[in-house]
Design a protein around this ligand. Structure first.
Ligand code: BGC
Ligand code: BGC
Length: 763
């Protein structure tokens, strides 16, 4: 056992003595003291009573320490394995559980970055682990208060190797399809809840601003209206009609607010945001999410205009509660209370940091590592802050009431456990696969086509090649099994079952077409992660030597591919990024790595038509390679069925309909680049909303009436297809809709318009 955990344990004992005394004093002065109630079944246990009545009854029975424990959230790894190895994911350790759930009465646990159970990582393993933690918590809670368990299910139940992963949010942005987002929310919630997780840290409602930022694939788009529509649809899907349904989870609107606009382009740094930009770009998606009833909000780890958001009473109370009328639970991001001391230097010790955040408006702190050590532990320091008069007990009661309201609404008091034997079936439901394929299909953006696509008739022999042509990890991106992505997994966790591009093309091609595959270039780490895992986002090229086109191994793989290209009718080359999450994905120059650029160049030099498929979290600067391609297709981290959807699109079994949710730059020097940034030159390679089809649509002249626009859409080509219609007013997107039309068909499309829109232009 490490000295720090001994200290933590010892601190807990001392604290317990102090608290026991405190509880006696408090208990004696309070009318609802526990002993007085021994006979009657307490009101909070009565599921027929309204939630607010149950909450106030329960709060009145709780000691201060029990309340403070509810305001903390601890990472599951703190409960697992050997305490001397901080990130050990061994078996649940009763001593560690005792410290967190009994001594410190912590009311919430999370799987940070997908932290998996001790053995295996399937639905049943998750359900078993969470049930065990829940049982321990209930056995050690005087009043029988269940824990609430949180995880990041941000594209399906993505932390489980056996889950179906759907496109990341930027891919959903490309679909412009809120109904699809709602269905995905439902299917994710069903899988998540079946594993005992009742709180999903999704969706991301940040408005994308800067492709240099390592999280730019997590928002839906650079447009607030799209984010509001897809975000609120996702929330409705996740939360369902009632949170206590076995197919609903609590959603989280994150990261409030301004997280996506760091001046430097690097994660968790300061964002300078004018009032105007705050109101028009950043707040509207959160307002829509709150209006859709989102249960929780997570705070931005960064600072806005120099003030750390976790300490901002203005943003967390005046704006979030006052202006947006949010009534639910506000949770911090990872270690961000501590960051007020260590990173922002606005507090000098834990007691002050907690007081600052709680007084600013925080309800629950994702601590996430230290529940009870005297120096930095959450519980003793919040107790101290109350004892020292820095936080009022009324303020504590307010937060605890919100947290308990959520637990009652989720039905956790009545149904704290899940049936672990049913978890795998929910997670592995084949219906999820079908939906994932549909979502991936709608998310593909056809960037360019000289007529080479679809491949159906002319191609008899096709070469599939490139580092992302047969790579589950690249297709899934970050937040897939592990925080940074599905690589370097421990031996007991299989690589998720993914249909890769190679397999998808094979399936779609059918018997008349010969498909050959060559790797073409090794799967390289394309991030600026150094071998020790740290990052230098300003490195001009990724440090992995496999990105060097002149590396002999790289040159040999390329030669092999070029040789194979000689006898084929068409070449499909899948390039892009390897997975990353958060700061590890920051990149001052998000450009196609040189080894991949050279592969495309050499393939193009054969004179055969080259179809470039980009699989990445963001548009990559690659002008020359796009120029020399016959056709190019963008796949925004399309997930488990991404390769199947790409195969379908290349062979015309589906018709691409995605439109770019983010601008595609010509040069890194243009970044940050967004279509809705007034006063900045806008000269992208492909603009916001760009996306081609295999058919042709004609749009009539829109007419606007009573907050709606109508426009006649005609499919004047020879194939069926979906058409997303975008309406702009004064350069700003004010409405959109998606229609399906058979060849030759026409329809009148209706678009609900943002308030104030009149002279609309449709595209
Ligand atoms: C991320 C959040 C996430 C949390 C828990 C943080 O680092 O910023 O988006 O919900 O970790 O994994
Ligand atoms: C990241 C979190 C992640 C955690 C656990 C932290 O450094 O910020 O997002 O959940 O590590 O892996």
């Amino acid at each position: 056992m490490s000295s720090s955990s001994v200290a933590m344990r010892r601190g807990g004992v001392v604290l317990l003595a102090v608290l026991a005394t405190l509880a006696v004093i408090l208990g004696a002065t309070r009318s609802g003291a526990p002993t007085a109630q021994a006979q009657a079944p307490p009101a909070y246990r009565d599921a027929s009573l309204p939630v607010d009545q149950r909450v106030s009854d329960l709060v009145s029975r709780m000691t201060l320490k029990e309340k403070v424990g509810q305001m903390g959230q601890i990472n599951v790894e703190v409960l697992q394995g050997d305490p001397s190895t901080p990130w050990d994911r061994g078996p649940l350790n009763p001593d560690l559980m005792n410290d967190v759930l009994n001594v410190n009465q912590i009311g919430s646990i999370l799987s940070g970055g997908g932290a998996w159970p001790p053995v295996g990582d399937d639905g049943k393993a998750w359900a078993d682990e969470i049930n065990t933690i829940q049982k321990f918590a209930l056995d050690h809670s005087r009043l029988g208060i269940p824990i609430i368990y949180g995880a990041d299910a941000v594209h399906g139940h993505n932390n489980l190797f056996d889950a179906t992963m759907v496109p990341h949010q930027v891919g959903l942005g490309a679909t412009f399809d809120p109904a699809l987002a709602a269905r995905l929310g439902q299917s994710t919630a069903r899988a998540v809840r079946a594993t005992g997780v009742t709180w999903d840290f999704a969706p991301v409602l940040d408005t994308e601003r800067d492709l240099r930022w390592g999280r730019s694939y997590e928002p839906f788009s650079e447009d607030p209206l799209v984010n509001a529509a897809l975000g609120s649809a996702t929330i409705r899907g996740l939360q369902g009609r009632s949170l206590d349904s076995p197919t609903s989870v609590a959603a989280t609107a994150k990261h409030f607010v301004g997280y996506s606009a760091p001046d430097s382009g690097f994660d968790r740094t300061n964002a300078t945001i004018s009032d105007q930009e705050m109101q028009t770009i950043h707040l509207p998606p959160f307002k829509a999410g709150i209006d859709a009833g989102v249960a929780t909000v997570m705070v931005n780890s960064g600072s806005v205009n120099g003030e750390p958001v976790h300490a901002s009473h203005h943003l967390l109370t005046d704006v979030l509660r006052g202006q947006l009328h949010f009534k639910g639970v506000v949770i911090s991001d990872w270690q961000d209370v501590e960051n007020l001391i260590t990173k922002y230097h606005v507090a000098s010790n834990m007691e002050d940091a907690i007081a600052m955040a709680v007084n600013a408006g925080l309800d629950m702190s994702m601590i996430p590592l230290d529940a009870g050590s005297p120096d930095n532990g959450f519980v003793p320091n919040l107790l101290k802050a109350v004892a020292d008069g820095k936080v009022s007990e009324a303020r504590i009661d307010e937060s605890v009431a919100r947290i308990l309201t959520l637990k009652f609404r989720l039905g956790l008091f009545e149904h704290p456990f899940v049936d672990a034997s049913k978890a795998n079936a929910a997670v592995e439901d084949p219906a999820n696969r079908k939906l994932a394929r549909k979502a991936a299909g709608e998310s593909l953006v056809l960037l360019k086509n000289d007529g080479t696509l679809p491949l159906s008739r002319r191609a008899h022999k096709v070469l599939v090649t490139g580092p992302s042509s047969d790579s589950p990890t690249n297709q899934l991106g970050g937040w897939s099994v592990a925080w940074q992505g599905a690589f370097n997994l421990p031996p007991d966790i299989p690589i998720p079952d993914v249909t890769t591009v190679r397999e998808g093309v094979q399936q779609a091609a059918g018997p008349g077409v010969k498909v050959i595959w060559k790797q073409g270039a090794p799967v390289a780490d394309t991030t600026n992660r150094k071998p020790d895992g740290s990052v230098d986002p300003t490195l001009p090229q990724p440090p992995d030597p496999l990105n060097d086109p002149d590396n002999p191994a790289v040159a040999a793989a390329r030669q092999d591919s070029v040789q194979a290209a000689k006898g084929v009718d068409a070449i499909v080359v899948a390039v892009g990024e390897s997975p990353y999450a958060e700061g590890q994905g920051d990149d001052a120059t998000p450009e196609l790595p040189l080894a991949q650029a050279r592969l495309i160049d050499d393939l193009a030099a054969t004179g055969k038509p080259v179809i470039v498929v980009v699989i990445a979290g963001r548009p990559l600067v690659m002008n020359h390679q796009l120029d020399e391609s016959a056709a190019s297709l963008m796949g925004f981290l399309p997930g488990s069925e991404g390769g199947a959807a790409i195969g379908d699109a290349l062979f015309g079994k589906t018709n691409p309909s995605g439109r770019l949710p983010v601008s595609w730059p010509k040069a890194s020097s243009q970044l940050p680049l967004a279509y809705n940034e007034p006063g900045k030159p806008y000269d992208p390679r492909y603009p916001f909303g760009w996306g081609l089809s295999y058919t042709r649509f004609d749009l009539g002249k829109p007419s606007v009436h009573a907050g709606k626009a109508s426009v006649i859409v005609r499919n004047v080509g020879r194939r069926a297809g979906d058409r997303t219609v975008l309406a702009f007013d004064g350069g700003r997107l004010v409405g959109f809709t998606r229609v399906h039309l058979a060849a030759g068909e026409r329809t009148k499309a209706w678009l609900a318009l943002a308030p104030g829109a009149d002279g609309v232009v449709v595209r």
